[in-house]
Structure formats: structure tokens, C-alpha cells
Design a protein around this ligand. Structure first.
Ligand SMILES: [Ca+2]
Length: 433
């Protein structure tokens, strides 16, 4: 699979999530790289995506101009016409800010509840209900046609761009040209830039209106150019796929993306569940999959006294370990992760969609007293686990299945509930041992 850029790095305040599960096999819509970005702290969660000016050193400008000239020749050879190339590149700018964002290595992380507080805030719920009413026709039409619930579409819209309030003001051409010339993944950026040129040439949008994140994700629901080519749809029937200006097109495209990713009509994403006291938390990994009735046989129950939704291939996730809420998640939850390959993101979409549908929030409480571990603290934790004989692989500052496994073994050795949730307390204990 392609390793692609995490769109979430568009934020100056980008914060990875602590303890978030990512699916390394998933390719998401905006090309976010699960290995680089353990989660998408979302655009909508953290404020405006301001565009910096294009001043650069003269030598860099000259070098960039040579890169563009070379790329134009390549694009011409691949079928982009001279008119499109002139429109795209005659005024192209190198944007130093994009390179700063591309190279940012955030030290601090956020706990999943802090992310959800923002992603599923009361204001987000209120605005989403207003959008559902205002764009009722467009949303219902896409929902009916593609078989994806209206509330899921609106939740993705809300989390990706705060309902279009913040989808990024960077010129996609400038952003991808800058990344193609000077980014960490030039081949990826060149390939997306070529796709962007094909979109301009086809006439879906013009250069001026083709805008989005610093990483090239475009429009209300943040499609990379290659995702746009494969999955965008013309919802209002005017012959153009306009995910910047037409809510009909935004909804049709988003719904079609999920349908193409395998959304099962009528199947719920999952549900919050109650786990029995003796539950084996080694099972709380996305690659452990069982039918709902098998989980029920282990004592897993619905939180409001009801049964479990009927799901095959369902997993249990407990993002904050034994002292936080747990969830049974099925196939459609994994489809949401195709949009953004993180459990926290998919959980935010799922929970926001429920609130939009008028359902109450979570029953379980998060362990809000637990501070998030920084990236270097996670690295230290990993080094110490290795030193104590609980092999977690090479320390990388990111908590994944190996770290959770080692942590569970360590917790077991202490006689604690082995839930694999990394805390400052466990780090201090390891330091002292
Ligand atoms: Ca259209």
C-alpha cells in the first residue's frame, strides 16, 4: 500500500492521540499515514488553518522554478494540455509554511476524551442538527442513493471541516508542488499533483477554488486528488464534481466513498458496552474479531440493559483501558476508519452521528484524571518495558499493539488488571522497579 501524508498535520496544533488504535492496513481518503499520525487531531478541532505568505530564499525560489519546469514537461507527456499547465503553474508559489508543517514532530499528545470533547462538543452537535435541517434534501438524497445514514455523512462533514467552516485555505496546486519539490514524500506529492491537474483539465473546479489542507486534502470532506478521481460524484447533476461549493456534491461524494469502502446498509457501527469484571483485555484489539453472540457468551452486555447489535466480525475496543468506556465495533466502524485510519476518529464520527440522531451520549466515564504521556515519555516507557524483559520492539514514542501487549504482561506481573492502557503511574512504577 501507499504510505501517504497525514492530512491531520495541517494543524499547527496537531496533537496525536494517546493510546489510539490504528489500522495499518487501511488507506484512508486523505492519505493519512497511520504510522506517522497515530490519530488525526482534526482540523475542526483546533482552529483555523491559516495560509502563510510565499516568501522563500532566492536560491530556493530558483530551484523550485526549475522543479516546476521539469514537472510541467512530465505532466505534458502524461496528457495534461498546455492551457491547463499554464493555468496551474504560471502563478505557482513555493509555500515555506507547508514545509514547516510537513516536518513538525509534535511532542505532546491528547487523551481520547479530550479529542472527543472537541470533536463531539455540544456546539458541534447543535450545528450538525442545523445542517441536517438546512441541507435536508441533499443529505437525504445521498443517504438514500448510497445507503449510508444521513447522520454519518454529517458527522464526517462536521469532524473533517466543522461543516465546511474550515476546510483549509491552501491552494492545492501550490501545496502539492511545494511538497513535491521539498516534502518528505515527493513521489506521493507528484502523483497527487498530477491527479489535481487532471481534475482541473476535466473542469470540475478551477485553480483558484481548488483549496484545502496543507497536505493536499480538498474541500468540505477532505478528499485527496486521487480519492476525488476515484470516488467523487456529481450530486446536483450540473456535470461538475464540486466538493468546495455544492453540498449535494459533497454529500454524494462522501456517501459514495463509504459505499465504495464497503458500507453495509442498515448495519449499525457498533455500541457502547459493559464488560464483565474478569474480562481479558488482551482481546481489546481490532484484529480480534468475533460475532456479537460470542462476545455475549463472555458476559459483554449493552450499557442500557439492551442486547448487543447483531454484528459479525465485531471487535471490542477500550480506548482508556479498564477504567473507561468500552465499545463493540463492527464492519461499518472499520469502513469509517477507511476515511481516517484511527479508532478515535471513527469513534468521534460514530458518537457524533448518534448525538445527531437524538440519542444520548456515553454512559461510561473516562479516567479524566490521567494525564497524557508525551511522545518522549512513551519512548521512555517502551525502553523500560524492553529493559524489564517485556519486549515491545524498537521504541518509537507511539503506542501500538506491541506496546500494549508488553504493558499488559507488565501489569499482569504486578497483579493489576492487564488492560494495556499507558499511564504516568505505570511509567513511574517502571522507573522505580
Ligand atoms: Ca455538481
Amino acid at each position: 500500500m501507499n504510505r501517504r501524508l497525514p492530512v491531520s498535520l495541517l494543524l499547527t496544533l496537531w496533537l496525536p492521540l494517546a493510546g489510539c488504535q490504528v489500522d495499518a492496513n487501511a488507506t484512508d481518503i486523505a492519505g493519512r499515514d497511520a504510522t506517522l499520525a497515530p490519530d488525526a487531531g482534526q482540523a475542526a478541532a483546533t482552529g483555523k488553518n491559516g495560509e502563510a505568505g510565499g516568501s522563500a530564499e532566492p536560491a530556493v525560489r530558483q530551484d523550485f522554478a526549475a522543479w516546476v519546469a521539469d514537472f510541467r514537461r512530465q505532466a505534458l507527456a502524461e496528457g495534461i494540455n498546455a492551457v491547463t499547465l499554464a493555468a496551474a503553474f504560471d502563478g505557482v508559489r513555493y509555500l515555506p509554511r507547508i514545509i514547516e508543517l510537513d516536518r513538525a514532530q509534535p511532542e505532546f499528545t491528547r487523551q481520547v476524551w479530550d479529542y472527543l470533547d472537541t470533536a463531539v462538543s455540544p456546539a458541534r452537535v447543535r450545528q450538525g442538527r442545523a445542517q441536517l435541517a438546512e441541507h435536508r434534501e441533499a443529505i437525504r438524497a445521498a443517504s438514500r442513493h448510497y445507503g449510508v445514514p444521513a447522520e454519518i455523512l454529517v458527522a464526517i462533514w462536521g469532524i473533517e471541516s466543522n461543516y465546511g467552516g474550515n476546510f483549509g485555505s491552501f491552494s492545492t496546486i501550490d501545496a502539492l508542488a511545494t511538497l513535491g519539490y521539498d516534502g518528505r514524500r515527493p513521489d506521493f506529492a507528484r502523483s497527487e499533483l498530477l491527479a489535481a491537474l487532471r481534475i482541473l483539465q476535466r473542469g470540475d473546479i478551477d485553480r483558484e477554488h481548488m483549496r484545502g489542507s496543507w497536505a493536499g486534502a480538498m474541500g468540505h470532506t477532505q478528499f485527496l486528488p486521487s480519492s476525488f478521481e476515484d470516488h467523487a460524484r456529481d450530486g446536483d447533476g450540473d456535470g461538475r464534481r464540486d466538493i468546495w461549493g455544492s453540498i449535494d456534491d459533497v454529500m454524494a461524494s462522501t456517501a459514495n466513498y463509504l459505499a465504495d469502502a464497503g458500507w453495509r446498509q442498515g448495519e449499525p457501527w457498533g455500541a457502547e458496552v459493559h464488560l464483565p469484571a474478569d474480562f481479558d483485555y488482551a482481546q481489546t484489539e481490532l484484529d480480534v474479531r468475533r460475532a456479537s453472540q460470542a462476545w455475549r457468551a463472555q458476559g459483554v452486555q449493552g450499557v442500557r440493559g439492551g442486547g448487543l447489535p447483531a454484528l459479525d466480525q465485531a471487535s471490542i475496543i477500550a480506548p482508556a483501558g479498564a477504567h473507561g468506556p468500552a465499545f463493540l465495533v463492527g464492519h461499518n466502524f472499520r469502513v469509517i476508519m477507511r476515511y481516517n485510519a484511527s479508532t478515535s476518529y471513527a469513534l468521534a464520527v460514530a458518537l457524533l452521528s448518534e448525538r445527531l440522531a437524538g440519542e444520548p451520549g456515553l454512559v461510561g466515564d473516562w479516567p479524566r484524571q490521567e494525564p497524557a504521556l508525551s511522545r518522549s515519555q512513551v519512548k521512555r516507557l517502551q525502553q523500560l518495558l524492553n529493559a524489564h524483559g517485556f519486549d515491545v520492539g524498537a521504541p518509537d514514542g507511539v503506542i501500538g499493539p506491541n506496546t500494549r501487549r508488553g504493558l499488559r504482561d507488565y501489569q499482569r506481573s504486578l497483579g493489576q488488571t492487564p488492560d494495556g492502557f499507558a499511564t504516568v503511574g505505570l511509567l513511574e512504577r517502571l522507573e522505580a522497579d
